[in-house]
Design a protein around this ligand. Structure first.
Ligand code: ATP
Length: 561
């Protein structure tokens, strides 16, 4: 049995190493030394998770609760918290400093309770927190957290808080852990990746690899009601570029909504979002439609749900988002914001897996099980003019544009390949808001000037690449202000610093080199196109992507000149 402090020491070492290979070696060695029941918890916690994304449970502990518990246990004042945070810029480090400095007051109590907890002990307490639901749950969760922190050393507290916030900042992404598992279990990385795509749980993948090896991994299949990671699209700037890649292509309307993965067995239906969270409760009307209209006993479908007006015309993404916010007023929202489901893929049908079938074949199955009005409009062509007209038609009907799909392509979960191409005339970046300034004049009650950051893959930190106050409507500004205040870490002058959780899609004119921000880059004329509630901060664009686009700019400029 490993102690939790061993896990924390590993994390400390990982945070100090920048190269990937030694990181992988350290993690692999650690994983190999674990007992069977410790593997899942340790692998999940390494990427700041207690449960997989698709779990019905979440920790549900807010930053406010954490602060409350930390203050209670240390007797620290808001001023001390701010000081500790400013020194480190990290919530976990802040807690560590406070516990080192102020807990001495309670030293006797600590001595009595101080026995070193194992990885499993800590994990089980966190699970307990996740299992509490319903009325009065916040307080109950805080009580368990208090009990847990009381038994831990400052270093252990630092990591428990990082895990709760889902932000380890030790420069270890899921891909790194996959590589470490491959090394620890001595199996090909491809098998690990494949298993993790279907299981969507790094913990279970690690356990399977280390206990059952290649054979176990090969047996992994898609399972009904367990979501897999969605296939993603590469980007091109025109239909001709898509045709140059595919020869002939299936052009589908690109709908501006939320991607859904629908699992159905007889009258039981579950719907998962792009982030693999269970959104079934928010979409009772879609569930009903699937039950009544889809002709298959067992099926997994993929599609896009969009908000529509009374005439069935598409409404912008912001309307739809409201459907996913509240679970309480669902029936009212169903009436207020009608939605429409369009399907574009089928991956499992009555016991048969379809991932390796070519796109064309899957579409044939789709036509058999779904009524025509549920299918996303599409054409197959190799003629650029025809594709261009179809693009115009999509836009005229209020849709975003087109997706081009290679007719022969399999469905590869979790991968971004050229099999699917989204046609976007300009590049955009998905960036994370890390701070915001209070506005002036009419906007004085809103946090309206946003600091936008890209993820540094090496350190896991979010580095600012620009600032913008453009792009959001008044209603969005008001809503964003509320959301950001709930994520507030500290406030200095006009600036509120927040946990990096909210992702926005940003358009810009140019990327410049600039000493203004630590990232070394600055976006010129950045403006927010929309809030990406469907994206997690880990999915935001990275500093290396910015570097790559910066280079590309010159190539593009060069080719124009
Ligand atoms: P990613 O490529 O990572 O999904 P993104 O969400 O920023 O990034 P988008 O420009 O939104 O990329 O394009 C991909 C998304 O488009 C899909 O995830 C899906 O939600 C949506 N989409 C709309 N119409 C279709 C369609 N016909 N086929 C596939 N995806 C579609």
């Amino acid at each position: 049995m490993k102690k939790f402090i061993d896990f924390c020491n590993l994390c400390e070492k990982l945070a100090k190493i920048t190269e990937r290979i030694p990181k992988i070696r350290l993690i692999a060695k650690f994983l190999r030394e674990l007992d069977e029941e410790e593997i899942t918890p340790a692998a999940r916690m390494l990427i700041g998770k207690v449960l997989p994304d698709w779990s019905e449970l979440t920790l549900g502990l807010s930053w406010t609760s954490i602060i409350k518990v930390v203050k209670k246990l240390t007797g620290a004042k808001s001023r001390d918290l701010l000081e500790a945070f400013s020194k480190t810029g990290d919530p976990g480090d802040m807690a560590r400093i406070l516990f080192e400095k102020y807990r001495r007051r309670q030293a006797t109590l600590i001595e009595i309770t101080q026995e070193q907890l194992s990885i499993l002990d800590v994990y089980k307490e966190l699970l307990k927190i996740a299992q509490i639901r319903g009325e009065g749950s916040t307080l109950k969760k805080e009580i368990i957290l208090t009990g847990l922190l009381n038994k831990l050393s400052p270093l252990e507290i630092k990591y428990v808080i990082k895990i709760i916030l889902g932000e380890m900042r030790i420069g270890v992404q899921e891909g790194t852990v996959e590589m470490a598992i491959a090394e620890a279990a001595r199996v090909p990385l491809e098998l690990i990746r494949r298993a993790n795509m279907f299981l969507a749980d790094i913990g279970e993948t690690a356990k399977l690899a280390l206990t059952r090896g290649e054979r176990g991994l090969k047996e992994v299949k898609v399972q009904l009601f367990r979501p897999y990671k969605p296939m993603l699209a590469d980007q091109v700037s025109s239909v001709s570029e898509a045709l140059a890649e595919h020869g002939v292509s299936a052009f589908e309307f690109k709908l501006d909504g939320a991607r859904v993965q629908i699992h159905k067995k007889e009258n039981q239906v579950k719907i998962f979002s792009r982030r693999l969270t269970d959104v079934t409760e928010s979409l009772p009307d879609v569930v009903e439609e699937v039950i009544t209209k889809v002709k298959a006993t067992e099926v997994i479908l993929e599609g896009e749900v969009i908000a529509v007006n009374e005439e069935g015309k598409p409404l912008p993404f912001q309307y739809l988002v409201r459907r996913f916010r509240r679970v309480r007023d669902v029936q009212r929202l169903v009436k207020e914001i009608p939605v429409k489901l369009y399907v574009f893929d089928v991956l499992y049908l009555n016991g048969k897996e379809l991932f390796d079938e070519p796109y064309e074949k899957r579409w044939e199955y789709l036509e058999k099980v779904c009524p025509k009005e549920m299918l996303v409009p599409r054409i197959i062509t190799k003629n650029p003019e025809e594709a261009e007209n179809f693009l115009k038609e999509a836009k005229m009907n209020g849709h975003e544009g087109l997706m081009a799909k290679r007719l022969t392509s399999p469905y590869i979960p979790g991968r971004r390949e050229k099999h699917w191409l989204k046609i976007k005339p300009y590049y955009t970046l998905d960036l994370v808001i890390v701070a915001a300034d209070w506005g002036y004049g009419r906007r004085k009650n809103w946090l309206s000037d946003y600091y936008l950051a890209a993820r540094d893959e090496e350190t896991g930190r979010y580095l600012i690449v620009g600032k913008t106050f453009k792009g959001l409507t008044d209603a969005e500004l008001a809503d964003m202000t509320k959301k950001l205040l709930a994520l507030k870490i500290k406030e200095v002058g006009r600036t509120v610093y927040v946990q990096p959780k909210i992702v926005v899609e940003v358009a810009f004119d140019e990327i410049q080199k600039s000493p203004k921000w630590e990232s070394g880059y600055a976006l010129r004329f950045a403006r927010i196109l929309r809030i990406r509630w469907d994206k997690s901060p880990e999915e935001a664009d990275t500093i290396s992507k910015i570097r790559e686009l910066y280079q590309k700019q010159f190539e593009m400029k060069g080719s124009i000149i």
